[in-house]
Ligand binder design. Structure first.
Ligand SMILES: Cc1cc2nc3c(=O)[nH]c(=O)nc-3n(C[C@H](O)[C@H](O)[C@H](O)COP(=O)(O)O)c2cc1C
Length: 165
């Protein structure tokens, strides 16, 4: 799959907006992810508003792309789950599915970790007014790349990480 090899974190964007159809395609991919017992723990907050994005950008020193991208997706996990010990794995698969869809559409994005850093989680909860029933997991800033994604470095394939028996 080409998107796996071409995906790279993109932190600089043009002003071109992301359409509603593009958002739906991204979220369809996200919600197609596998999850433990098919519990589908995810919900999504879709933020275009510049002031709100600036608030998200201020939630950690590493979240500044939120202020530059036309769109920020906040991935949140529900609390009341059948398999709570598996939820981070579910959410990681969900975010990666979204990133691959974004790359496949020629858009750019970066994953910004929130969970389990308590200060970041509280700041994102406050910025978005999240209900107590969910916990923020990650931010994903999305836009049209202002830099070439082709600039990604060499393959990370490392034969020494592979153990055969
Ligand atoms: C769990 C996780 C948390 C991350 N958090 C941040 C972040 O807060 N800010 C940021 O700019 N990049 C963040 N990244 C992106 C990584 O820096 C990036 O994926 C890594 O350097 C590899 O580069 P690549 O995505 O271009 O392959 C995060 C990635 C993951 C998987």
């Amino acid at each position: 799959m080409n998107a796996i090899q071409t995906r790279a974190s993109v932190r600089q964007y043009t002003d071109e907006p992301i359409t509603d159809a593009e958002v739906e395609a991204i979220l369809r991919a996200a919600m197609a992810a596998p999850s433990a017992g098919n519990q589908q723990p995810w919900e999504f907050w879709v933020t275009r508003d510049a002031a709100k994005r600036a608030e998200l950008a201020a939630t950690s020193p590493y979240a500044t792309p939120c202020g530059r991208a036309p769109l920020v997706l906040t991935f949140v996990q529900r609390r009341d789950l059948r398999w709570p010990s598996m939820v981070q794995q579910d959410m990681g698969a969900c975010v990666e599915n979204a990133l691959l869809q974004i790359a496949d559409m020629g858009l750019g994005a970066v994953w910004m970790g929130i969970y389990p850093e308590a200060d970041r989680m509280e700041a994102v909860r406050a910025a978005l007014g999240l209900p107590e029933s969910v916990e923020p997991f990650a931010l994903v800033a999305v836009g049209h790349p202002a830099v070439s994604v082709e600039a990604k470095g060499p393959s990370r394939y490392d034969e020494t990480r592979v153990h055969r028996m």
